[in-house]
Design a protein around this ligand. Structure first.
Ligand code: BGC
Ligand code: BGC
Length: 674
């Protein structure tokens, strides 16, 4: 071993110099090519180095290994390494033939398109890709498989689904988030996967954005704190257990400014100054890169008119040269095709700007051919290609991918009992509990006594999809039924269990229009729990023109008003991917809980709704648990109110950042303007 290293040292030396000074070298080269590329668009160039301080930590060196591999690779192998395709569009054999660096399964894509695929079946496919890439012709470099495990391993049947990030933001509990990362890593490893496209560390500034729920908060500091905790949970901690065998690779996304586009348009334009971009949207990159994040996903959005996928200033200057990021930049789903002059199958500009791996789910062969030609004629400098490959190999080396172990050799691989393990579900239930924000609780209606006649209304009470939102078994979280979530509990199940155990009577009516007769006092419910909210969506499908909650639909409001008119107190549970204008609902309810998208453990709601069992003296005590969730997003006072973000001038939300009632600290909400 030692002698072969010595023998190749002269071949290795040149690339090693490039490794250390590669980015400057690439910059020098780039200036030559500037008229062809991103630098031509000077209006969005990164100009103030001090705004992008060096944060990347010193990590164990893998350079000798990386350079040795790189030196053996052919041009074609290098081109393959910078391409990622989707599992429905590339077989293991093709991935090996083209030496692809990565594969992914998109939202709602499973091995063989089989939604019920088991841990074994996932792991077997991971092995198939691994085996093909390590036994084919040429340099043997295992392929990396990435997946969107964004609230638990959400494409996998039976996995634990944690609350979406918006709920985790309300917990403000970094230790909890770290633990969720650790557990998500275990469920990933059970399926043979070791890389997730998470966490989203968007700082959400306009809640009309359809991806608001993927972000922890509107506050840069809170996103920075929780994002770093998630990265540490997934990957382990530097110097302790970083990328140890029970951990996976994280991806921080989407770089940069995705949460701050004009009007909250998904994939839109962020108009921030460089100072604001760095201060607001850069904070979570500073913290997560410092925590050892190795992959940064470029964003679909533009900054001041220029797509991030084509921005040399953002990708190469700010992120790599200034902040010191030495992992790789992954493109988003065909994100390069939106760069001016590019198409899905051709985009030298992205590569020259600093993208290291293209995510090109279907048309990867065409992109492969074009990129090969572009390098051959010098449209993409060889030094840039080498830099991209070097970064990918470095991350693979750090992640242990080059250590010769098949995915299925992991002790957890194929172990179905890891998915939705009781301890994981207990953690998810706790997270859901801590994410709930009590917006209103007039006259101390909550906690309820469970020994009552409790009427639960709304179809969301008994549909896992409604409590899980987008990125749950399918991309949009639609077209799923409860049977797609084995082991999960609905909100109604939790309520019914609690009420029945205490000797009360729970009933459920899905349709708000089917309110029962309320005349006979003996049959009348003693309390009603109404559950309503947004229906699932993901990405641009969730963009809204304003923050009005279902202006067309008021059946839930009618039900609430009639119940209260008949003397039945009303508790509302609002499921949503963001704060919305719900003054009519607040007025029509005695108590209202913002429950966000709690995930698979719907029974968590019952933990906070009801008082602990009666004590020996017969007195009822406040719930065993208290509400600890606090708003991480400001709540709007009007549907068309300008975006409300904490510490902005003219800040007049209905409920401010940090608001949240509890049993210990009650409060009354007055009648609100509708
Ligand atoms: C999303 C990413 C996601 C990718 C792969 C894109 O459309 O923007 O967040 O990781 O798809 O599914
Ligand atoms: C995929 C998602 C992806 C989206 C991008 C969908 O078909 O399933 O993973 O993010 O396309 O538009």
């Amino acid at each position: 071993m030692a002698s072969s290293c010595a023998g190749t040292s002269s071949r290795v030396r040149v690339p090693r110099i490039l490794a250390r000074h590669g980015s400057h070298f690439a910059l020098a080269l780039f200036v030559w090519f500037a008229p062809l590329g991103a630098l031509a668009q000077t209006e969005s160039s990164v100009a103030r180095a001090a705004l992008w301080p060096r944060v990347a930590p010193a990590l164990p060196s893998q350079e000798a290994r990386v350079e040795a591999l790189l030196a053996r690779m052919t041009l074609k192998e290098k081109i393959g390494q910078i391409i990622m395709a989707e599992i429905q569009h590339v077989s293991p054999r093709e991935a090996s033939r083209y030496h692809l660096g990565g594969v992914l399964n998109g939202g709602g894509s499973y091995p063989g398109l089989k939604r019920s695929a088991t841990a074994d079946e996932w792991s077997a496919l991971a092995d198939a890709y691994y085996n093909a890439s390590t036994t084919g012709r040429g340099t043997k470099i295992p392929v990396l498989w990435g997946t969107d495990a964004v609230h638990g391993h959400n494409n996998v049947r039976g996995a634990t689904l944690f609350p979406h990030n918006i709920g985790l933001g309300a917990t403000r509990n970094a230790e909890l988030v770290r633990e969720i990362g650790r557990v998500t890593a275990r469920e990933l490893l059970a399926t043979g996967l070791a890389w997730t496209f998470a966490p989203t560390i968007a700082v959400v500034r306009d809640d009309r954005w359809g991806r608001s729920y993927e972000g922890y908060s509107e506050s840069p500091e809170l996103v920075a704190e929780l994002g770093a905790a998630m990265v540490e949970g997934l990957q382990g901690r530097i110097g302790e257990n970083w990328l140890a065998r029970d951990r996976v690779l994280a991806t921080v996304k989407h770089f940069i400014g995705d949460g701050g586009t004009k009007d909250g348009d998904d994939q839109g334009d962020n108009l921030a100054s460089e100072e604001e971009l760095a201060r607001i949207h850069g904070a979570s990159y500073r913290s997560t890169l410092a925590a050892g994040a190795q992959v940064v996903m470029a964003s679909f959005n533009s900054w001041r008119g220029q797509k991030a996928h084509g921005s040399y200033g953002l990708l190469s200057v700010a992120l790599k040269q200034q902040m010191g990021f030495d992992g790789f930049v992954l493109g988003d789903w065909n994100g390069h095709e939106q760069v001016p002059g590019c198409s899905v199958s051709s985009c030298a500009t992205s590569l020259n700007a600093g993208l290291d791996m293209f995510m090109v789910p279907e048309d990867w062969k065409a992109l492969y051919r074009t990129t090969l030609a572009q390098v051959r004629v010098g449209e993409v400098p060889m030094a840039r290609l080498d830099d991209a490959v070097r970064r990918i190999l470095r991350v693979k080396a750090r992640a242990g991918l080059l250590d010769g172990r098949r995915p299925s050799e992991h002790p957890m691989a194929g172990d179905a009992s890891v998915l939705g393990h009781p301890e994981h579900r207990a953690l998810a239930r706790r997270a859901a509990r801590e994410s709930l924000v009590l917006l209103k609780n007039n006259a101390g209606l909550l906690p309820l006594s469970p020994a009552r006649r409790v009427l639960v209304m709304g179809e969301a009470a008994n549909e896992i999809a409604r409590q899980s939102g987008g990125w749950s078994v399918t991309w949009q979280g639609t077209e799923v039924v409860n049977a797609d979530f084995p082991g999960a509990t609905t909100i109604y199940q939790g309520i019914a269990e609690r009420v029945t155990a205490a000797g009360g009577v729970a009933s459920h009516i899905a349709d708000f229009a089917e309110l029962p007769a309320l005349k006979a006092p003996a049959a009348r419910p003693e309390v009603a729990i109404l559950i309503f909210g947004e229906t699932p969506y993901a990405e641009f499908e969730g963009d809204l023109p304003d923050l009005d909650f279902e202006p067309e639909n008021d059946t839930h409001l009618h039900a609430a008003r009639r119940l209260r008119a008949a003397g039945v107190p009303v508790v509302s549970i609002f499921l949503s991917g963001r704060p919305l204008f719900i003054n009519p609902e607040l007025n029509a309810s005695d108590a209202l809980i913002a429950a966000w998208l709690p995930g698979s453990e719907g029974a968590a709601l019952a933990d906070l709704l009801f008082a602990a069992p009666a004590a020996a003296d017969g007195a009822e005590h406040a719930g065993h648990y208290d509400f600890s969730g606090r708003l991480a997003f400001s709540w709007p006072a009007a549907p068309d109110q300008a975006p409300q973000n904490v510490s902005q001038p003219g800040y007049t939300p209905l409920f401010p950042f940090g608001y949240g009632l509890s049993y210990a600290e009650p409060g009354e909400v007055p009648l609100l303007p509708e």
